[in-house]
Design a protein around this ligand. Structure first.
Ligand SMILES: [Zn+2]
Length: 428
């Protein structure tokens, strides 16, 4: 893990936040390559969940919403962690994560358990009083539930259908950590799939499978994934059933994505609290029903972490070690690098770069030996390198090198873009 954190910083994926001021607890900034990786993850999710399906539409709701929403959803009363402090070293722990009743750091005595609400509280407007309290949303899901009627009506949707949303969420975690695995500010990608009661069990199974297979498709080994169904006593207050898709992190199995059958909990609570009828008219039976909802929920930060972990390889190469990130081409921040063998070939190489860059996220690099430049691209996971050499001037062809096999092929310039497309297979 330390190797990955250090590579992430050195190569511009993820930086410790506020670093010149000594950092800020468990916050991270995405650098130039990290933002590409994360954007690729979000775009792939959106493409597979929204763009390529007939039964799901998108939404982008506000982060600041009426506090009545959090009252109705149960977050104000239920969204808490049990907290204890050490009376000696003053370290703070989640009571449910401790084994004994003494401080794990110094053996000191612990305080009684207090309930601690995880929502960030703020004030809207200039007056800081009870009437102006608002919360930074702790999940994107509630923005979907309170817009259920608007979306269903404006898009003339029939059950089953889903509403997908990506965006920032905030949780005042007591114990954040493990790099970008758990942070207080993070992004979510949630989809609420509304179904007729009675079909919920079948849709729940289908979404668990669908989401599991999504990770396999983009390169996660099935050996590193498992599905863990929650026991009854473990279920959240709103859930009828929940399965976690877990990944084997360096510290053990941990939650990657949760798929929950939330029943009609949310629509019922919001109907009752707002006095607005959020039921759905079923024109087949002529009855009004309150849909059940299946929710796959995950964060692109956590997905970025598992793809980084999965992609990282060290392999012997002559007398050195080759570090290579074997990203799926869809995820790679840079798809194609253009490298002139010598700076004297700059003009020709820039022409090749212009040809390539309108089709692929690309990078131009002319510093250091060609071997060093290949290593640099391997280390950031660039699938293909295009090398312009002195023969290019005579034969109008370039060499394309594959990151994984390190094989090289000579390709005429007028066939280059198509060849790169064939090798990268984007959009499949
Ligand atoms: Zn202590």
């Amino acid at each position: 893990m330390d190797t990955l954190v250090s590579l992430s910083k050195r190569r511009g994926f993820v930086f410790p936040s506020s670093e010149i001021y000594g950092g800020f607890s468990s916050t991270w900034d995405y650098g130039p390559l990290g933002v590409e990786l994360k954007r690729n993850i979000k775009n792939l999710w959106w493409r597979d969940m929204v763009q390529r399906r007939d039964d799901i539409v998108g939404l982008d709701s506000a982060i600041l919403m009426s506090p009545l929403i959090w009252q109705a959803s149960g977050h104000i009363t239920e969204f808490t962690d049990p907290l204890v402090d050490c009376k000696v070293c003053h370290h703070r722990f989640r009571a449910d994560q401790l084994d004994g009743d003494r401080c794990p750091d110094c053996g000191g005595e612990l305080t009684d358990v207090r309930r601690f609400n995880l929502m960030f509280k703020t004030f809207v407007g200039p007056v800081e009083d009870d009437a102006s309290v608002a919360y930074l949303r702790p999940e994107t899901a509630q923005g979907i539930f309170v817009n259920f009627f608007n979306v269903q009506q404006s898009m003339r949707r029939k059950l089953p259908f889903g509403i997908a949303q990506q965006g920032k969420a905030f949780r005042n975690e007591i114990t954040p950590g493990n790099f970008i695995f758990r942070t207080r500010e993070f992004e979510q990608m949630e989809m609420e799939f509304f179904v007729k009661p009675g079909t919920d069990e079948q849709w729940y199974r289908q979404w668990v499978d669908n989401r599991y297979n999504w990770y396999i498709k983009y390169g996660i080994s099935p050996d590193h994934l498992r599905i863990r169904e929650h026991q009854k006593e473990e279920l959240a207050h709103y859930a009828r059933a929940t399965s976690d898709i877990e990944y084997t992190f360096p510290w053990g199995w941990g939650e990657l994505e949760g798929v929950a059958n939330r029943g009609d909990f949310d629509l019922r609570r919001h109907s009752d609290a707002s006095n607005k009828d959020l039921s759905y008219f079923d024109d087949e039976t002529g009855e009004r029903i309150l849909p059940y909802v299946i929710e796959p929920a995950v964060g692109p930060d956590r997905i970025a972490l598992i793809f980084l972990l999965e992609a990282y390889h060290e392999e012997p190469d002559k007398d050195e070690t080759r570090v290579v990130l074997r990203f799926h081409p869809e995820l790679a921040p840079i798809k194609v690098a253009v490298l002139p063998l010598s700076r004297k070939l700059g003009e020709e190489a820039h022409n090749v770069h212009s040809l390539v860059r309108s089709h692929f996220m690309s990078q131009y690099d002319d510093t250091g030996s060609i071997g060093k430049r290949y290593r640099r691209q391997d280390e950031i996971g660039t699938p293909l390198c295009v090398t312009v050499d002195f023969d290019t001037l005579a034969d109008s062809a370039v060499t394309v090198r594959d990151r994984d096999s390190m094989e090289q092929v000579r390709v005429p310039l007028d066939a280059l873009v198509q060849k790169l497309k064939d090798m990268l297979k984007l959009g499949e």
